[in-house]
Structure formats: structure tokens, C-alpha cells
Design a protein around this ligand. Structure first.
Ligand SMILES: Nc1ncnc2c1ncn2[C@@H]1O[C@H](COP(=O)(O)OP(=O)(O)O)[C@@H](O)[C@H]1O
Ligand SMILES: [Mg+2]
Length: 420
């Protein structure tokens, strides 16, 4: 296991990226209210939607009894308040009924390194010390299914507009350009606006079939195929562009998109999803599952209403995540009545993260030339706001321990195991 080698990862001023849990059965036995409460948060988390989870009261012996007749699930999470000898003896009894393929995670109340070593020697998958946080549990479960040394999964930033034409794609592309340029983070822009997408135009690239081919072959898509479908803009920036054709009406299904997103995620540390202004099962799911969501809006009533609806929906669908960021764009069009920024913020309940003025010259020139805002108007207010947003979303590159295997989670729990 190569867990001590540091890898560069995007910090994006947020919690580390925790992978979704695959379609598995999980049974949980808890003995304390605190762990039950954490499990209640785990069950409603977006990363758990594929898994089936069953939470019961009880400890290791309750599990041993419950599974004396039934087959054990893919993962068993058990809480114990016992000490070393008791834990080992109870696990011995559980082993009599536990299927070999079942992975067992123990939540204990003693920080005992000898116990930990013995448990791992006996084949336990993970030992967490209570109190446990919901994300720590999800990370522990998903790490069980990520091969140690596997490629770290990329952070997904999804951009959506409150209406069409508010500038969501333009901002998404500019953030991608900053990430790959100034911050030197390998970035893939995925244009999901199949018929009308502008990523190719904005980056001055020839049209390509990228995402359309990915959808057509989603049953066998993998990292190698994704790499073949990418259009290279520069060393660190690639596009999975939309065909921008109207002859065929391409449908997108959730089941089609899921393997594509999984494959893209393992190809680069940062994925920018340019989501069209559509509210469909797949767009809802993509936004719900993204690591960061950025809603671009304009200061008018329809945008305000839509922003509030999208914001409220996502905030309640993602209880363990940061709230979506709001960008107020195209502010200050001459003679146009607008909702003032303060009123807009009050109605949504949060301040916009960036306020970008309407600047016909800078945006118009950028769009016509296939250039970025900081190339066309490096001193403009728009460029300053986009750069601030980039700093907030991408942050500085820092060194963090490599993900994968059980090392990362355990080092947090057993400080004495940490390599100096
Ligand atoms: N702040 C702004 N000032 C002037 N024009 C803008 C601004 N933001 C975006 N635009 C222009 O608005 C148009 C629509 O932008 P786009 O990013 O395609 O919107 P969306 O993806 O939300 O539909 C583009 O021509 C773009 O150049
Ligand atoms: Mg768009």
C-alpha cells in the first residue's frame, strides 16, 4: 500500500472528496445514540443513494444472532463499547456466522493500538473510534471498494444557470481555464448541452462528438475511452464537447450518465460540468451528486424565483454538503430595472459569492474570439470577480495524503500511527 506518498490534490476550500458507495447491502448495529444519529445522516447522504442500508440497535452479539440463519450483507458495521478481550471474543463468535466476502467495520470506544493490530490481522476491514462523523463513516465504506493505489477521484463542480442565457457556461469555462492555467490542475470540461453547447466555441476548438459518443457507448465506457473522446485545449485542459447538432435528438438517461461520470472522474482531478438550464431526472441527479454546485443568476424576478427553488431543493437534498454558491451575473444593464443585490440576497437567504457586471464589450469580444475574460479584459471587474471565484473554488494546491486504502482514515484516528 502506497499510502504515505503525498499526492497533489485540489483542496477547493471544502471537505475532501468522498467517493459514492456502490450498489451494496449494508447492515449496521449501533449501541449508542450518537452513532445512531450519525447513521441517520449517513443514510440520507447523496453518496449513499445506490446502497441499501439497514440500521438496528445492538452490538456484535446482536449481529451474530441476527445472521445465525441469514446470509451476511456486503458490509457489516458494528458498534462496540467493549474492551480488547471482550471485542475479540465477540468477533470470534461473529466469525462463525459471517460470510467470507462480508467486510466488517467496527466502531469502538477504545483507542487501543494493540487491539487495532489484532483486528486487522484477523481480517477486519476498518476500525473507527467513536464519536464518528457521518462523512468519516461514508469515507470508510467507500474506501473498502476503492483499490489501494487506485486513481484518486476527481472533484466535480457543476454549473447551472437559473434561466437560459444568464452566463453559466461562460463562467464555467472561465473557471476551468483558470484552474488549468493559473492553478495547474488537470481539468476536464464536460458540456452537457448536447444540441446547443458552447464549450467548443468558447475554447476555440473544432466541433467534436465527445459526449455524444460517450453516451452512445456508455455500456462499455472506461477511462481509456474517455481519453480518446477528449479534445485537448492545452496541456492541462480537455473538453468532452457537445456535438451541437440538431438532426438527432439525443436523450440522456441517468443510467447512461452514471458510468460516464465515473469514468471521467478517474481521468482528472477536476471535472467542470456545464449543465444546461433543464430540470430533468438526470440534471437533478448530477447536481445533487456534485461536490460543488454553482448557480448563475441574473437580477430579475424569474431568475430570483428559479435560483431560490434550485437552491432550496439542493440544500435539502445535500444535508452533509456545502450549500450551492450563487453568482449574480449581468448586473447593471443600462436603463434596465433590476432587483438590487441586497434584496436578491435577502430573498434567497445567502449572499451571492460573486457579483459580475454586465460588460458587453469584454464578454462579446471573448465570445467572438473564443477567448477567456482575463485575456480580453484583464483589468475588468468581471475578470476580478471570476479570479476571486476561482481562488475560492480551486484554492491553492496543497499536499495531502494520498487517498485509498485504510491508511488515510486511520491516521486521523490513531495519531500514533501517523508517519512523522
Ligand atoms: N456579464 C456579462 N456581460 C455581458 N454579456 C455576458 C455576461 N455574461 C455572459 N454574457 C453573454 O451572455 C451570453 C450567454 O452566455 P452563456 O454562458 O452561454 O449562458 P448560459 O450558459 O447561462 O445559457 C453569451 O453571449 C455571453 O457572452
Ligand atoms: Mg450554457
Amino acid at each position: 500500500m502506497n499510502q504515505t506518498e503525498p499526492k497533489i490534490k485540489v483542496t477547493a476550500n471544502a471537505a475532501p472528496v468522498v467517493a459514492s458507495v456502490p450498489r451494496i447491502n449494508i447492515s449496521v448495529f449501533c449501541t449508542t445514540q450518537a452513532t445512531i444519529s450519525a447513521m441517520e445522516q449517513v443514510v440520507v447522504d447523496r453518496r449513499m443513494t445506490r446502497a441499501h442500508v439497514d440500521v438496528r440497535n445492538g452490538g456484535i452479539m446482536s449481529a451474530a444472532q441476527a445472521f445465525s440463519e441469514a446470509t451476511t450483507p456486503d458490509v457489516l458495521i458494528l458498534e462496540t463499547e467493549g474492551h480488547r478481550d471482550q471485542v475479540l471474543s465477540e468477533l470470534g463468535q461473529l466469525a462463525q456466522v459471517c460470510d467470507q466476502s462480508t467486510k466488517v467495520v467496527l466502531i469502538g470506544h477504545v483507542n487501543d493500538v494493540i487491539l487495532y493490530r489484532e483486528l486487522i490481522r484477523q481480517g477486519l476491514s476498518e476500525y473507527l473510534v467513536a464519536p464518528v462523523h457521518q462523512l468519516q463513516i461514508i469515507d470508510a465504506i467507500s474506501s473498502l471498494f476503492n483499490e489501494p493505489g487506485a486513481d484518486p477521484i476527481g472533484r466535480i463542480m457543476a454549473f447551472i444557470g437559473a434561466k437560459g442565457g444568464v452566463g453559466s457556461s461562460t463562467i464555467a469555462h472561465n473557471i476551468a481555464s483558470l484552474a488549468s492555467g493559473e492553478y495547474q490542475v488537470d481539468t476536464i470540461v464536460t458540456d452537457l448541452d448536447l444540441a446547443f453547447g458552447t464549450a467548443g466555441l468558447n475554447f476555440n476548438q473544432d466541433p467534436a462528438q465527445g459526449i455524444a459518443e460517450a453516451i452512445a457507448s456508455s455500456d462499455r465506457i472506461d477511462q481509456t475511452m474517455v481519453e480518446r473522446l477528449l479534445t485537448k485545449c492545452n496541456d492541462r485542459l480537455n473538453l468532452l464537447s457537445a456535438p451541437a447538432q440538431v438532426e438527432k435528438s439525443l436523450g440522456i438517461e441517468i443510467d447512461t450518465l452514471e458510468p460516464i461520470i465515473d469514468a471521467i472522474r478517474s481521468s482528472a482531478p477536476l471535472i467542470i460540468l456545464d449543465v444546461p438550464n433543464l430540470w430533468t431526472a438526470w440534471s437533478k441527479q448530477l447536481l445533487t451528486n456534485a461536490d460543488d454546485v454553482i448557480i448563475t443568476s441574473t437580477p430579475d424576478l424569474a431568475s430570483l424565483r428559479n435560483t431560490k427553488n434550485i437552491f432550496d431543493f439542493l440544500t435539502s437534498a445535500r444535508p452533509n454538503d456545502k450549500a450551492p454558491l450563487i453568482i449574480l451575473n449581468q448586473v447593471g444593464v443600462q436603463k434596465r430595472p433590476e432587483i438590487p443585490v441586497a434584496e436578491f440576497a435577502k430573498a434567497i437567504g445567502v449572499e451571492p459569492t460573486a457579483v459580475i457586471p454586465f460588460d458587453a464589450h469584454v464578454f462579446g469580444t471573448a465570445a467572438s474570439n473564443g477567448q477567456m475574460i482575463d485575456e480580453v479584459g484583464p483589468k475588468s471587474k468581471a475578470s476580478e470577480q471570476i479570479s476571486m471565484l476561482g481562488q475560492l473554488l480551486i484554492g491553492k494546491k496543497t499536499e495531502v495524503p494520498a487517498k485509498g486504502g485504510r491508511g488515510s482514515a486511520l491516521a486521523k484516528l490513531f495519531p500514533m500511527l501517523r508517519k512523522k
